[in-house]
Ligand binder design. Structure first.
Ligand code: GDP
Ligand code: IMO
Ligand code: MG
Length: 423
């Protein structure tokens, strides 16, 4: 059965670690959306790897990794990632690493536009500044440049000319910044094409053939449900469909291909960037959990905002993703607390909201209704069997389970590969 791993909060749930574990049992791992805004951390022994575009499964020899058509690829960032991994002794070649010819390419003007737009906005999103939004805008605006275009000088020339024609006007007339030189970008991107050529193919066809041969696939989500362009806390979201439904359009496979949907959830909640966050801690707790959980962005290094577990949000994530299994990550971060809290509803202007409200005003001003549970005050880091977890920790997990209506199958108690309980 093929499976997908999705983030069920605002990203950084620990998907990288979970995918590293689950990829052992599959043949192929596929990224289906997002770009190098993602940062997925995997710790193997004493070594730490942070992946931005390449699926975390590349660490496992004999496994194939694919970047699907739904991903936006910054070729410069991708080549740096490939080179970095090669330097660390990993083998990356066209046999085990494939890039969709149809994926869209992040151009230098996308990165700059991302930052300029943020600068002009009153309600800042706090983007990663990687050009993700502008690249996806060009894709749906039918101005985008695709990976395959980097291999065809004639097509690239005509598309780039059209783009610069428009972009240079916007850059100079709206933002008052200097124009882009056609020749420089053209040369640079043709060179990227040459360097990436051996990895480029029709990945949808490749996956189709692999499935005919009974190969098992893991689809790797980036970001999280509440950063999803349709279901997240819009406009404080990313520009792609991070939910499980993004798999079909982002990898070119049919809905029936995915049998298992694993949602990664932190035992608490974090968010990087701006936007509503109902269960956000006060400053003291925020600092405490940030330092215990090392909550700093894997891509931008920004401090992550921290808060209690929010069952209103995660219950909605279960619904829109069709979650079949839950993975509770970073349980160990709560080990020392006297009490732990779970938001079970929101209250706004006297009204109780049990379901996730899409109204930005409600979401921004709602006060969570909390349940308080006793802490376990014991280290869980060495625990490998569910029944060996302290009673209070099991009660906490089981309460989340009953609020979300889905079984918790994985419990992560540390950042290392073996610090996991599989029920
Ligand atoms: P992703 O974007 O969902 O892959 O998550 P990130 O890698 O951005 O952030 C998760 C962070 O938590 C990483 O630094 C992981 O090494 C770390 N981590 C993952 N699982 C655990 C866990 O169970 N306990 C602790 N303490 N850290 C964890
Ligand atoms: P992973 O895969 C956490 C956030 C940014 C910002 C918003 C929009 O590591 O979980 P963008 O650059 O995408 O236009 O920024 O989305 N964001 C993430 N937050 N984890 C991520 O990825 C994120 N990718 C984007 O901070 O608030
Ligand atoms: Mg991350």
């Amino acid at each position: 059965m093929n499976l997908v791993v999705v983030g069920a909060q605002w990203g950084d749930e620990g998907k990288g670690k979970l995918i590293d574990i689950l990829s052992e049992k599959v043949d192929i791992t596929v990224r289906y959306q997002g770009g190098n805004n993602a940062g997925h951390t995997v710790i193997v022994g004493e070594k730490e790897y942070i992946f931005h575009l390449i699926p975390s499964a590349i660490l496992r020899t004999g496994k194939v990794c694919v970047i699907g058509n739904g991903v936006v690829i910054d070729p410069k960032a991708l080549l740096e990632e490939i080179d970095g991994l090669k330097k660390r002794g990993l083998s990356i070649n066209g046999e085990r690493f494939k890039i969709s010819a149809n994926a869209h390419v992040v151009m230098p003007y996308h990165r700059v536009m991302d930052q300029l737009r943020e600068g002009k906005r009153e309600n800042k999103i706090g983007t990663t500044g990687r050009g993700i939004g502008p690249c996806y805008s060009d894709k749906v605006g039918r101005m985008g440049i695709r990976v395959i275009d980097l291999l065809n000088p004639k097509v690239l020339k005509s598309k780039l000319a059209d783009n610069l024609n428009e972009k240079n006007d916007i850059f100079s007339k709206v933002y008052g910044v200097k124009n882009y030189d056609f020749g420089e970008i053209y040369k640079e991107y043709l060179n990227f094409g040459r360097r990436l050529k051996s990895y480029i193919c029709d990945t949808s066809l490749y996956l189709h053939e692999a499935m005919k041969k009974q190969k098992k696939i893991l689809f790797e989500g980036a970001q999280g449900t509440f950063l999803d362009i349709d279901f997240g806390t819009y406009p404080f979201v990313t520009s792609s469909n991070a939910i499980s439904g993004g798999v079909c359009a982002g990898a070119g496979v049919s809905p029936g291909c995915v049998g298992q949907v694993v949602a990664a959830l932190k035992a608490y909640t974090t968010r990087v960037g701006e936007g509503p966050f109902p269960t956000e801690f006060d400053k003291k707790m925020d600092d405490l959990i940030r330092s215990k959980g090392h909550e700093f962005g894997a891509t931008t290094g920004r401090p992550r905002r921290c808060g209690w577990f929010d069952a209103v949000l995660s219950r909605y994530a279960v619904i829109v993703n069709g979650v079949t299994d839950l993975a509770i990550m970073k349980l160990d971060v709560l080990d020392d607390l006297d009490t732990v809290e779970i938001a079970v509803a929101y209250k706004f202007k006297g009204k109780i909201y049990k379901d996730y409200p899409h109204d930005l005003e409600v979401l921004s001003a709602a006060k969570p209704v909390y349940e308080k549970w006793p802490g376990w005050k014991t280290s869980t880091k060495g625990v490998r069997q569910y029944k060996k977890l302290p009673l209070e920790a099991r009660r906490y997990i089981e309460r989340i389970e009953s609020l979300l209506g889905v079984r918790v199958k994985y419990i992560s108690v540390g950042s290392k590969r073996d610090e996991i309980i599989i029920r």
